[in-house]
Design a protein around this ligand. Structure first.
Ligand code: UTP
Length: 279
């Protein structure tokens, strides 16, 4: 029932400069695959086949990645190297890709609003590709969230417990436990200091949003740093009891910074590359 998945990928990726000066952060390879490919694979696993990507200046490599390279295809046709392209060919066969550009980087909320013409008036998923999520034990994180959406029919945000000293990096929720690992969100604070944080339950880069979010983002005033935060719009939905936070099963790596990126690389090398599951 949810078919669309939006990837806001217009950010500058300043934490990874100079690597991200001329290359999108989302194209950083984790072993042999770019970050965004892991995200699209997770989306397809969840049945989301209409992929929408919000790009910006200097991000054309994203579009080239999700396209056929005829020269390359011709070069490796009939050789055992074809196996390297099995995964990306599957994405090209089973998903459609559409793009729009965010011309001014005015924050995640603004990037999501920029994707509105690609999404229309239906519920959709959002993936921040620099959060790489894996679950070796079963369903991927988006699959878990789509199942929840079918049950609750409202916005679902993925959360994880973080070190209380780290709350300043995240949107943090307060809520009432309504089921296993499920909270009805009452309050949300963007990047609170540890002493101001309502909990240590932090929102990570997986969302299922109902389309009323677009109007709420439009009504949101720019917050910290002139950026339009998604948290402010979500807070308005939460006030109507329409946001559920879900402590997902699996592991999330913050690949927007060096430490998480290296951890993800080691993990994927061990569990996917060495075991022959990397393509
Ligand atoms: P980040 O907060 O990670 O920002 O954005 P960033 O620019 O990518 O990275 P740093 O902090 O400067 O190193 C979270 C997500 O929102 C997207 C980013 O591409 C990333 O996927 N985003 C952010 C946009 O698409 N547009 C924006 O204006 C801001």
């Amino acid at each position: 029932m949810i078919k669309k998945c939006l990837f806001p990928a217009a950010g500058y990726g300043t934490r990874f400069l100079p690597a991200t000066k001329a290359m999108p952060k989302e194209m950083l390879p984790v072993v042999n695959k770019p970050l965004i490919q892991y995200g699209v694979e997770e989306a397809l696993d969840a049945g989301l086949t209409e992929i929408s990507i919000v790009t910006g200046r200097g991000k054309r490599a994203l579009e080239d990645h999700f396209d056929i390279s005829y020269e390359l295809e011709n070069q490796i046709k009939g050789t055992d190297k074809e196996k390297y392209l099995v995964g990306i060919r599957k994405l090209l066969d089973e998903c459609s890709f559409s793009y729009t550009r965010q011309t001014e980087m005015k924050g995640l909320g603004h990037a999501i609003l920029t994707g509105r013409p690609l999404i229309g008036d239906e519920p959709f998923a959002v993936v921040l590709a620099d959060d790489l999520c894996v679950n070796l034990e079963g369903d991927g994180v988006l699959t878990q969230m789509v199942k929840l959406y079918k049950q609750y029919r409202c916005t679902i945000v993925a959360i994880q417990e973080v070190d209380p000293q780290e709350t300043q990096k995240y949107g943090v929720i307060a809520g009432d436990l309504i089921g296993d690992d499920l909270y009805r969100v009452r309050n949300m604070v963007e990047k609170p200091k540890p002493e101001d944080a309502p909990s240590n339950l932090a929102i990570i880069g997986r969302y299922i949003l109902t389309p009323d979010i677009f109007k709420l983002i439009e009504e949101t005033e720019p917050g910290k740093g002139g950026e339009i935060q998604i948290t402010d719009a979500l807070m308005k939905q939460a006030q109507d009891g329409c946001v559920i936070a879900y402590k997902f099963k699996g592991t999330r790596f913050d690949c927007g910074g060096a430490e998480g990126y290296i951890e993800a690389t080691n993990f994927c090398f061990e569990h996917f590359y060495k075991t022959g599951k990397a393509y």
